[in-house]
Design a protein. Structure first.
Length: 75
């Protein structure tokens, strides 16, 4: 069983559905109409989630650790 370590959030007010996040991690992100969404809100640590947050042209993805600290996009 995989421990939940991160929470993935996509701000629908910022998301422009560019498709970059599901292109990087299709099992973590889904294009759902005019916006992308996280396939699961809570995930195990996965570098691809951080990569997706960094390449998002709208900066709509935030990844937080279990304590709520932002880990992605990386500073």
């Amino acid at each position: 069983m995989t421990a939940v370590a991160w929470k993935v959030e996509i701000d629908p007010g910022l998301c422009i559905a560019s498709g970059s996040c599901p292109a990087i991690a299709p099992d973590l992100f889904v294009l759902d109409g005019p916006h992308a969404r996280a396939a699961q809100e809570e995930i195990a640590e996965d570098e691809r989630a951080l990569d997706a947050a960094e390449v998002c042209p709208a900066m709509a993805i935030t990844v937080r650790d279990a304590s709520g600290r932002v880990v992605g996009p990386r500073p």
